[in-house]
Write a protein that binds this ligand. Sequence first.
Ligand SMILES: C[S@@+](CC[C@H](N)C(=O)[O-])C[C@H]1O[C@@H](n2cnc3c(N)ncnc32)[C@H](O)[C@@H]1O
Length: 250
Amino acid sequence: MTKAFDQTQWTNAAFSKGYLESADHIIQERSELFRMFRSFYRKFIGTTTCASFCDLGCGDGILGKQLLEENASLHATLVDGSAKMLDAAKERLKQYPACQFIQASFTSLKSSFPEDARFDLIISGFAIHHLSLPEKAALFQTAHDLLKEGGWFLNMDTTSPDDPFFTDWYYENWQSWVDIRDRDFGLGGEFREISSQARSNPDNQLSPLGVQLELLRAAGFGRVDCHYKNGLFSIFGGQRGAAHHLSCSR
Ligand SMILES: C[S@@+](CC[C@H](N)C(=O)[O-])C[C@H]1O[C@@H](n2cnc3c(N)ncnc32)[C@H](O)[C@@H]1O
């Protein structure tokens, strides 16, 4: 389903605020996701001459901040369709004055940058699953085009399993993680419906991970792989200009 950004729940200030306040409780293993993300940055990117990154669907800038904590001299461009989210990102990142903030929908992303804009790294956290599959394909192509040769794209997001046989189990396990955290933090059952609410919300358009990896390859990325996966939650991406390496050792 293709939907303009201004028809999504993210234009509702109360919904956006609710997400920001609850994200640590509802994103499965969020701290582990951040640890993996930073590890990838240190191992493959930070050691080279990475000078710039762009965060697509930055929300309050929490993902970009992970990188700025690794390297405060990075030139950060944070993009979101929501002015409220960008305000929250400006507040979170106020100690990094070189950050640039752009209000844009993913569907008009390319025209929001100068023709020659190129980044060393493009990241995204829990935003791209709001797009339909054709929109994801178009965004992956735009991300590829906006990267320098050798630049990386890294997406932290919810994805569906390649075989729907596992879908129910993935949602059950997510809810079980939320319920354990609820008990440990004494949250009073506030999120006991979160997995079923998310599953029935048409704004969430999860696509199979394997299909998305293929879309990345089709967009021209090499070194395409999934680096973290726990049920619905994953980190995956690729590198512009890298050759395709498929190993099939038996
Ligand atoms: C779940 S939040 C994630 C925020 C942040 N990246 C994080 O990891 O916490 C999704 C964000 O994507 C933005 N977003 C969703 N669809 C978008 C679109 N089509 N164009 C631009 N931004 C979009 C929303 O406004 C929201 O800030």
